[in-house]
Design a binder for this molecule. Structure first.
Ligand code: 5GP
Length: 218
């Protein structure tokens, strides 16, 4: 996936744009979801998750604690062959959660009882997010099955929450749907443009930032 030579307008984004967008949404995320675990989708979700963590520290006995960040690697492949309308997309896992650290101090796997916020830079077709939600839900269900006490199991089912935060949400027809039980936050809604993030710039970052004056107004 890339901008290539297409006619889709390109919007250059600076680090400060990302930082300010996240800062402006963080209070709502803290108030309405209060995450206790971030799952960053690599590579685009890494820097946003780290920025968000700055604004979402949790108070524990008067001490401000950082929320842990786990990383997953997902790659979206578009099948070029076949009939155009049914162009297949496939998500492949390149990295998954580290349950050896995630579940270390917990009796139940590591996901149960947590308010888990998935973080990515952009929600485009929604394929990646839909895939990850499904996979995490399946891991949560497996961990629930392993809880023998029925009351405890139901309590854990109730208290385990999934949410999503993206810096940019493209307003377009989506290929996947986010279940209503999953809280969704986006910092900025954009038209269907190509977003050029600062961490992808392999040339002159000052020039990248300066060229923002030529951005189409969002
Ligand atoms: P999806 O279509 O599954 O929502 O998005 C898949 C991935 O494509 C995103 O996580 C992101 O890495 C990439 N992507 C989609 N749209 C853009 C864009 O406008 N700019 C950049 N840099 N990456 C994008």
């Amino acid at each position: 996936m890339g901008h290539g030579g297409s006619d889709v307008p390109m919007i250059r984004i600076s680090y400060n744009d990302v930082h300010k967008a996240i800062q402006s949404t963080a209070k709502r995320i803290k108030d309405e979801f209060a995450p206790t675990l971030f799952i960053a989708i690599g590579g685009g979700g890494f820097i946003p998750a780290r920025i968000l963590r700055t604004f979402c520290k949790v108070d524990s006995d008067g001490v401000k604690r950082n929320i842990p960040i786990q990383a997953v690697g997902l790659v979206l492949y578009e099948s070029m062959g076949g009939i155009a309308e049914s162009a297949g997309t496939e998500v492949v896992r390149t990295q998954w959660l580290d349950f050896s650290t995630l579940g270390k101090d917990l009796t139940h796997g590591g996901l149960l009882g947590r308010r888990i916020l998935i973080v990515d830079e952009v929600d485009d077709t929604r394929t990646t997010l839909t895939y990850l939600i499904k996979e995490l839900q399946s891991d949560i269900d497996k961990q629930l099955e392993a809880v023998s006490d029925a009351d405890e199991r139901e309590k854990l089912r109730e208290s385990t929450k999934l949410g999503v935060f993206v810096v940019h949400n493209k307003l377009k027809q989506k290929a996947g749907e986010i279940p209503s039980s999953v809280k969704y936050f986006s910092a900025v809604d954009t038209p269907d443009v190509w977003l050029a993030y600062p961490w992808e710039c392999d040339g002159d970052i000052e020039e990248h930032d300066a060229m923002r004056s030529e951005n189409t107004k969002l």
